[in-house]
Write a protein that binds this ligand. Structure first.
Ligand SMILES: [Zn+2]
Length: 423
C-alpha cells in the first residue's frame, strides 16, 4: 500500500479560530508552588470542555481521568493493522507571565509592520524577525498585559480541529489515533501521570513547537546536580583555626566554573553547558543548584566528573569541609530513542514533501514531554503549532500556521495508515 495517494480536506478556519479563542480565555497557568495534580483548577475546566467536544464527535472512550488528563481514541478506518499514533498537547500554560483575564486580539491580514497590542505595547520586527514571514496572515495576540497561552492551546486546538475534520471526512484513511491532553508540562510534571500501557501507541507527536514546518528530533539530555557544602560554624570572635565557612567554599567553587565556555551565556547550537542557577546557605552549610545540559548524554558524565574535580580542590582548600554531589537524572535526548523507529521522523518529513512545503529538522535546547516519553519507549518528536514569543506578554499565534499544522497531520495520519504492523 506504500505510495497510496493522500489527500487534504479544507479546514474550517472560523471554527478553528473560535475554538482557539475559547480555550485561551480559560486561565490554565500551572502553579509550581503546590503538590496538587493538576496544579490549577483551570486545567480541569478546560479539560471538561474538550471532553464534551470529544463526546459530541463520538470519539471512542473519551474521558477525563482523576488527574485531569484527557484521553480519547479515534478508531481506525482501514482494514489492516496499522500503527497507533498518539497526538499530545498540554492544557497548562506558563506561570512566567500573567494569565488572568486574557483578552485575545485577532489581527486579520497582518501588514508586516510592528505588531501593536491593545495596551499600547508593540512588538517590533527587529525584536521578532519571524514577523517578516507572516505578512498577510491572521495573527492572534494577547492584549499585551498577559500571555496568550498559544503554548500550548494552539496544539490543543489543532488536535481538536484535526479530530473534527477526520470525523467529518471518513474518506481520509487513518489508523487508530490516540488523543492525549496532559497537565502541568510547564512545571516539569507533564508525563508524571501518563500511563503508556493505557496509551498503547507505537509512536506519538507533541504538537507544541514554534512556527511552521519544523520537526524537532533532538532535545538536550539533562541532569541536575546539588552540591552541598558542610562547614563548621562557631562564634567569629573565637573562630581562628576552627571555623570552616561553607559560603566561602561555595563561592570558591562557583569561581572555578568556566564562564567563557560551557555556560549558557557562552554557548549556542549543539554546545552543552553547566548552569549554576541557585545558591543558598550560611557559614555552617551551603548548597549550589546546577543544571547539566548536552545533546550528547556521555558529556553529562564528563561534566559531573569535572564538578567532582572542582569539589575535591575546594575540599583541599578548606580543611574540615565536607562536600557532596547529588546527581539527579532529568531527561534524555529524543534522538536516543528515535533511532529505534526512523519512520517517526521520516513520515512527518514526507508529509511536508507531499504538501510541497519547506521544512526542517531541528534541535531544541531544552526538553519536551517527548524527551521523557521517548526515553520510556514511546518515540515522540515535536511538531510546529504556530506558537510565537511564548511565555511572554507579547505572545502571539498564527492561525494560518495552525491550519498548515492540521493539514500536515491529515497527511501524516494517512501515511501511518499505509504502514503495517508486523506480527
Ligand atoms: Zn508547550
Amino acid at each position: 500500500m506504500k505510495g497510496a495517494s493522500t489527500q487534504v480536506v479544507p479546514i474550517n478556519r472560523n471554527r478553528l479560530l473560535d475554538r482557539f479563542i475559547k480555550y485561551v480565555k480559560i486561565d490554565t497557568a500551572a502553579n509550581p508552588f503546590t503538590d496538587e495534580y493538576p496544579s490549577s483548577h483551570g486545567q480541569f475546566e478546560l479539560g471538561k470542555i474538550l471532553l464534551e467536544e470529544l463526546l459530541q464527535l463520538g470519539v471512542d472512550d473519551a474521558h477525563q481521568d482523576e488527574n485531569g488528563l484527557i484521553w480519547g481514541t479515534l478508531l481506525s478506518n482501514v482494514g489492516h493493522d496499522s500503527p497507533t499514533i498518539g497526538l499530545v498537547a498540554h492544557l497548562d500554560t506558563s506561570p512566567e507571565a500573567p494569565s488572568k483575564n486574557i483578552s485575545p486580539q485577532v489581527v486579520e491580514c497582518y501588514d508586516g509592520n510592528d505588531l501593536c497590542f491593545a495596551n499600547g505595547e508593540t512588538l517590533t520586527v527587529e525584536e521578532c524577525p519571524e514577523l517578516r514571514d507572516l505578512q498577510g496572515k491572521t495573527l492572534v495576540c494577547s492584549g499585551g498585559d498577559t500571555l496568550l497561552g498559544g503554548d500550548d492551546k494552539a496544539g490543543v486546538a489543532i488536535i481538536m480541529e484535526l479530530v473534527t475534520s477526520l470525523v467529518e471526512n471518513p474518506n481520509i484513511k487513518r489508523g487508530p489515533i490516540k488523543i492525549l491532553m496532559t497537565c502541568d508540562e510547564e512545571i516539569g510534571r507533564g508525563t508524571d501521570k501518563i500511563d503508556l500501557q493505557k496509551l498503547n501507541a507505537n509512536v506519538a507527536y507533541t504538537i507544541d513547537g514554534g512556527g511552521a514546518g519544523v520537526v524537532d528530533t533532538e532535545t538536550f539530555s539533562a541532569d541536575a546536580v546539588r552540591v552541598h557544602f558542610k562547614g563548621k560554624n562557631i562564634h567569629p570572635a573565637i573562630a581562628k583555626g576552627r571555623m570552616v565557612n561553607a559560603i566561602r567554599a561555595a563561592g570558591d567553587f562557583l569561581a572555578k566554573l568556566p564562564s567563557d565556555e560551557c555556560s549558557p551565556e557562552s554557548t549556542e547550537g549543539r554546545e552543552g553547558f553547566i548552569h549554576a542557577y541557585g545558591i543558598s546557605g550560611g557559614v555552617g552549610e551551603a548548597t549550589i543548584e546546577i543544571l547539566l545540559r548536552s545533546f550528547e548524554t556521555v558529556q553529562l558524565t564528563e561534566f559531573a566528573k569535572y564538578l567532582t574535580e572542582i569539589s575535591d580542590q575546594v575540599r583541599q582548600q578548606f580543611p574540615g569541609l565536607e562536600v557532596t554531589l547529588e546527581i539527579t537524572k532529568q531527561y534524555r535526548n529524543l534522538r536516543d530513542s528515535l533511532v529505534n523507529l526512523p519512520a517517526a521522523v521520516e513520515l512527518p518529513c514526507r508529509a511536508f514533501e507531499l504538501l510541497a512545503r519547506p521544512y526542517e529538522r531541528a534541535i531544541i535546547r531544552g526538553g519536551t514531554d517527548g524527551s521523557q516519553l521517548s526515553e520510556k519507549g514511546l518515540p515522540t518528536p515535536n511538531l510546529s503549532s504556530g506558537q510565537h514569543q511564548i511565555h511572554s506578554t507579547k505572545e502571539f499565534a498564527c492561525l494560518d500556521e495552525m491550519i498548515e499544522a492540521i493539514e500536515h497531520l491529515q497527511i501524516l495520519a494517512q501515511l501511518w495508515a499505509n504502514e503495517r504492523i508486523d506480527h
